[in-house]
Write a protein that binds this ligand. Structure first.
Ligand code: TXA
Ligand code: MG
Length: 344
């Protein structure tokens, strides 16, 4: 994109949704809120429009996009097979923060699937996202609306900070309710594989399917060098602020002590932790992410961005147990930390 364009932020309402739908239909890009994070959308059936997403984000071409659909409708030609498990999960969790990877149909351009034989689909629950999908009358390809590698945006301002001058319009729907990206489940193979944990938990998927899906390799641990990733997104640097992030695992007094030790050994550091630990860590620089894991998920990415704005050079992030929503939180935390974790 040679010349910079002016980026408007408009409050999400009927008129701005219409304007956004017009831009999408004309092959342009629009950022919009979902219940998870803000997405950067383009007409999923228009190869040229989809290429614009990769350019605006600086996204590697080998990382495929999620196609967003209105409610639970599945337009013809998007998938070439619909396994029973997919129908069951669509019924249980759509619209909502669950993305399903399925064998790709003939209508999906190669740019969307990055040349893979599969396509990722999700019906977002957010009313504004649904309104945009209905108004555009198109499936919308949308990655998170951050510059590639940065924490996903949970406020319109985050999108503006990353993509100003590169896209014409950001629909402002306030803070995203969930704050971390959708669960991604691969149903294209012999057995379901979790590629990205999210707020639809492994336990909930197991209950709906009658069997807990396998956790993909590379999701919670770095992939051994040279191993091919099931999801290209697993290979790329993610969710990272400019500050160095270190993740501290543990519980009780040992956790508190380790957070203090890491802080005291660092210069210009910030501790991000559950609210309950604040009293025990002060007067060090610390910021509460919330009282429980839901709140922590909602505020994590904004807090990482803020740490950069406040020029901290190190972020010491409290770990949580890898179960329920905690699995998703730890997945984002580990990636933000480049898998640098201390503690048991
Ligand atoms: O909550 C979300 O999912 C947000 C909102 C905007 O919907 N979107 C989002 O998109 O997080 P993105 O592009 O940032 O993350 C999509 C992830 C990437 O890790 C990508 O590699 C993976 O899904 N993915 C997409 N298509 C895939 C496919 N066909 N096979 C395997 N992984 C796929
Ligand atoms: Mg992303």
């Amino acid at each position: 994109m040679a010349c910079r364009m002016k980026t408007k932020i408009r409050l999400l309402n009927e008129a701005s949704v219409e304007e956004a739908a017009g831009i999408l239909r004309a092959g342009g890009l629009v950022a919009f809120p979902t219940e998870t994070v803000y997405g950067l959308g383009a007409n999923a059936l228009d190869e040229g429009a989809v290429r614009g997403i990769f350019l605006a984000k600086g996204r590697p071409q080998d990382n495929p996009l999620i196609v967003h659909l209105p409610k639970s409708e599945l337009p013809a030609g998007l998938v070439s097979a619909l396994p029973d498990a997919a129908e069951c999960l669509m019924e249980a969790f759509w619209p909502g923060p669950l993305t399903l990877v399925l064998p790709k149909g003939p209508k999906i351009p190669d740019a969307v699937s990055a040349g893979l034989p599969t396509v990722a689909l999700r019906a977002p629950a957010h009313e504004g996202a649904q309104a945009l999908l209905r108004a555009a009358g198109l499936p919308i390809a949308a990655p998170s609306a951050n510059a590639s590698g940065r924490p996903s945006p949970t406020l319109a301002r985050h999108v503006f900070d990353d993509l100003s001058g590169k896209i014409p319009l950001i629909l402002d729907g306030g803070a995203c309710e969930i704050g971390i990206e959708s669960t991604v489940l691969d149903l294209s193979g012999a057995e379901p594989v979790l590629l990205r944990p999210g707020s639809v938990t492994l336990e909930e998927l197991g209950a709906a399917l009658g069997k807990t899906p396998r956790l993909g390799r590379g999701v919670m641990r770095p992939l051994p060098a040279g191993e091919r990733a099931l999801s290209p997104g697993l290979l790329h640097r993610h969710y990272a602020p400019r500050a160095e992030v270190i993740l501290v695992r543990g519980e009780g007094e040992a956790l508190v002590q380790r957070l203090k030790d890491e802080y005291d050994a660092a210069e210009n550091a910030l501790i991000l932790c559950a609210d309950a630990l604040l009293d025990r860590l002060q007067p060090r620089n610390c910021q509460g992410l919330g009282a429980d894991e839901r709140r922590m998920a909602k505020t994590l990415f904004a807090a990482l961005r803020q740490a950069d704005e406040r020029s901290f050079s190190k972020v010491i992030l409290q770990g949580v147990a890898e179960e329920g929503l905690g699995l998703a939180l730890m997945n984002r935390a580990l990636r933000a930390a480049g898998f640098r974790a201390v503690g048991p």
